[in-house]
Design a protein around this ligand. Structure first.
Ligand SMILES: Nc1ncnc2c1ncn2[C@@H]1O[C@H](COP(=O)(O)OP(=O)(O)OP(=O)(O)O)[C@@H](O)[C@H]1O
Length: 254
């Protein structure tokens, strides 16, 4: 499904956190959102997820305004893995992941074996099957993050929003989650701090001071000038001798 933001403005106590942000993410696209700390990535993700209604502007899901949709219908389409997700005390991992099925359940459509299978698959996809019966509050930071991703997968969303999903993960789980995300045939918006990981997105958008200052294919957007101006670093581009893809080597902060 297509996700679009039109002229989004968002301010808190007189501080403009999003300034006229417009963006269209095409069906099936993996779109990376990058930018320095405090540039507005999380604020924009929350607006795209429907958790915040902007002061002006609107979010469209396949050309329909999100603000005309019921919350339950939005939850059937969009899954959001937040950076600082809430704690789910006194429930076990499998129950936490099963919460992803909530938007699909009703008196007429109770929990079924199919829901069990979807939850089991989501746990397997993030390598958490062996911890399915553990209490949530006993998990490490990275394990919790993987449970949140599994819950979003169990939602079987058409649009998946991930705010720095690899933050707490060891390198093996970072790579496996990113490869899983790329394989999903859904629209993905992923906020990332690792700019080399962002190179694998179809397109990226750069946030700077609440504005979306550039959008395009990674090779066009991530230039030495952009890295200097927006990220405040000197970087060189190297050719990976194994697959001849471009990688960035960060030399120093300006
Ligand atoms: N409720 C609030 N009141 C005041 N300022 C806020 C509020 N929420 C966010 N901000 C500010 O808005 C700016 C953008 O925050 P946001 O979390 O969107 O940035 P970010 O790009 O996701 O940053 P990071 O990379 O550090 O996660 C920051 O300067 C933050 O301090």
């Amino acid at each position: 499904m297509r996700l679009a933001a039109e002229h989004i403005d968002w301010s808190v106590h007189g501080h403009q956190l999003l300034d006229d942000v417009s963006l269209t993410i095409e069906p099936g696209e993996t779109f990376g959102l990058i930018g320095p700390n405090g540039s507005g990535k999380t604020t924009l993700m929350r607006v795209l997820a429907g958790l915040r209604k902007p002061r002006s502007g609107r979010v469209l899901v396949d050309d329909a305004s999100m603000y005309a949709m019921h919350q339950r219908d939005i939850a059937r389409i969009i899954a959001f893995v937040e950076q600082q997700a809430e704690t789910l005390d006194r429930i076990v991992v499998r129950e936490a992941v099963a919460l992803g099925r909530t938007p699909f359940l009703s008196a007429l459509q109770p929990w079924s074996e199919q829901d069990d299978a979807i939850v089991a698959q989501a746990l397997a996809n993030v390598g958490m099957t062996h911890l399915a019966d553990r209490f949530w509050h006993t998990l490490s930071g990275g394990e919790r993050q993987r449970v949140h991703i599994a819950r979003a997968l169990a939602q079987q969303p058409r649009i998946l929003l991930l705010d720095e999903p690899t933050n707490h993960l060891d390198i093996r789980h970072q790579l496996s989650i990113l490869s899983l995300v790329r394989q999903l045939s859904v629209t993905v918006v992923i906020a990332l701090h690792d700019l080399n990981q962002a190179l694998d997105c179809d397109r990226i958008g750069v946030m700077d001071g609440g504005r979306l200052v550039d959008v395009g294919p990674p090779s066009q957007v991530l230039t030495a000038a952009r890295l200097r101006h927006t990220f405040g670093v000197h970087a060189d581009f190297l050719d990976d001798p194994v697959d001849h893809r471009r990688i960035m080597r960060f030399r120093s902060a300006l």
